[in-house]
Ligand binder design. Structure first.
Ligand SMILES: Cc1ncc(COP(=O)(O)O)c(C=O)c1O
Length: 424
């Protein structure tokens, strides 16, 4: 690695095949179609992943004109592309109409615009949200509410849309909530069929869990020690006792974790298998309901397809002690280069050194006090200037979602590795 002010991400796109295989096995075990897997390329839009997805014969889920153009340039057939963007420009919608790319419609403005740009063959899917879960609407800002379905039917009848199916994407990972989403979606599909449409696809979006940690015990222990530190019952576990979503209110923990559940029992295909086995209100499994109603299940994983497809290498700039007496390891990178929607990346880095372990915080190159790359205090072998730290499993969102190029320090460089070996 050159002496650079930005880190390097090593990508291993071939590992995507293993993740695809995990989902295919789950579909096959239930006798369902196994080709309706769409890679949510917003998770990492590096061209090597588009190529890997094409090689694995899966589709691509795109969220902008640029991603659509990239998917087409990678040789994807428009029928293997789906557009799920939260915001859609007029030209993106026109491209979808012209190319017959399936568009997941989120709101009435999009439906009306499509109606104006219309060709009656425009394939669409209706995004759903706000169904009842545990007595309250499932919380989301996306999709149409249950009360809006009859209005959609009317509008789509006027416009003669080709409704291919319905879609939803959960913000969490709950099997229970997802099952209620499927129940609701099946109800909407039957309403659409009664109205003369022929929807055949139920798309449950992405959000299929990944496990970043091998040990559940380690994860439980971290959570326990974090809470103990927030309650001032021990020394710092995180920088300045950051609660990562939890707070100490009069000696009680309140709040909820604002970080990803880095350990999960059910992941990828095993999670899908468990979902397909769950019973719906009629006492039959999700898989049986889908088959008896001639509906195919579609998924749009981003994170799960990129599991073990990338790792980040950063060079050490300095060792020092801050005014609170804490040891700091300065890196040639900044915290936006390791930032997803999770409040911390709770995976231990691997120090490429055999020196004794030292407690330290990783800090970055921006001139702001808060440029702390990982909020957790780490216990890793000491590294000296010029030596390398490896951060595992970074391909999905972590190095790209919020990465900025402030201070002129450069962007994450990406190097593609080939071969069957896999990454650390
Ligand atoms: C509509 C939709 N589909 C798929 C995904 C991919 O989710 P994940 O990367 O968690 O699998 C997202 C993520 O935000 C999404 O909003």
């Amino acid at each position: 690695m050159e002496d650079t002010s930005a880190p390097t991400e090593l990508l291993h796109p071939d590992s995507l095949q293993t993740n695809v295989a995990s989902f295919k096995t789950a579909f096959q075990n239930h006798g369902l179609r196994d080709d309706l897997i769409y890679f949510a390329c917003k998770a990492n839009s590096h061209p090597s992943f588009l190529e890997a997805a094409k090689k694995a014969e899966i589709g691509i889920d795109v969220t902008s004109e640029k991603e659509l153009a990239d998917a087409l340039a990678a040789g994807l057939d428009p029928v293997r592309i789906i557009v799920t963007s939260a915001i859609k420009t007029d030209t993106l919608l026109q491209r979808c109409v012209d190319l017959h790319v399936t568009t997941v419609v989120d709101n009435f403005d999009e439906l009306k615009l499509l109606q104006q740009q219309q060709s009656s063959k425009t394939p669409i899917m209706i995004r759903l949200g706000g169904w009842q879960f545990n007595g309250t609407p499932s919380a989301t800002r996306f999709g149409f509410l249950p009360s809006q379905i009859s209005q959609i039917v009317e509008l789509c009848q006027q416009a003669k849309f080709d409704i291919r199916g319905v879609q939803f994407h959960l913000k969490g990972y709950s099997l229970e909530e997802r099952t209620t989403g499927i129940e609701h979606a099946l109800g909407v599909i039957s309403t659409l069929r009664e109205a003369g449409f022929q929807p055949e696809i139920l798309d449950i979006g992405g959000g299929i869990p990944v496990s970043y940690l091998a040990s559940e015990t380690e994860w439980i222990e971290f959570n326990a020690q974090l809470q103990s530190s927030i309650l001032d019952r021990r020394d710092e576990v995180t920088f300045n006792r950051d609660g990562l979503g939890f707070f100490n209110v009069k000696g009680e923990i309140v709040g909820a974790p604002s970080f990803y559940p880095y350990w999960n029992k059910l992941t990828k295909g095993e999670y899908l298998d468990a979902l397909l086995k769950r019973n719906l209100i009629n006492g039959q499994s999700v898989a049986k309901n889908l088959k008896s109603q001639r509906i195919s299940l579609q998924i749009e994983p981003g994170r799960a397809l990129l599991d073990q497809c990338g790792c980040l290498l950063a060079k050490v700039a300095f060792n020092k002690t801050d005014s609170a007496g804490r040891h700091l390891t300065g890196l040639f990178m900044n915290r936006t280069q390791l930032m997803s929607s999770s409040s911390d990346f709770c995976v231990d880095p691997i120090a490429l050194s055999e020196r004794p372990t030292k407690a330290t915080y990783l800090v970055g190159s921006y001139c702001i006090e808060s440029d702390v790359i990982m909020k957790r205090r780490l216990h890793i072998p000491e590294l000296r200037r010029g030596e390398l730290l490896l951060i595992p499993n970074t391909a999905a969102y972590v190095t790209s979602l919020f990465a900025s190029n402030s201070h002129g320090l450069g962007e994450v460089r990406r190097v593609v590795l080939e071969g069957s070996g896999g990454l650390p």
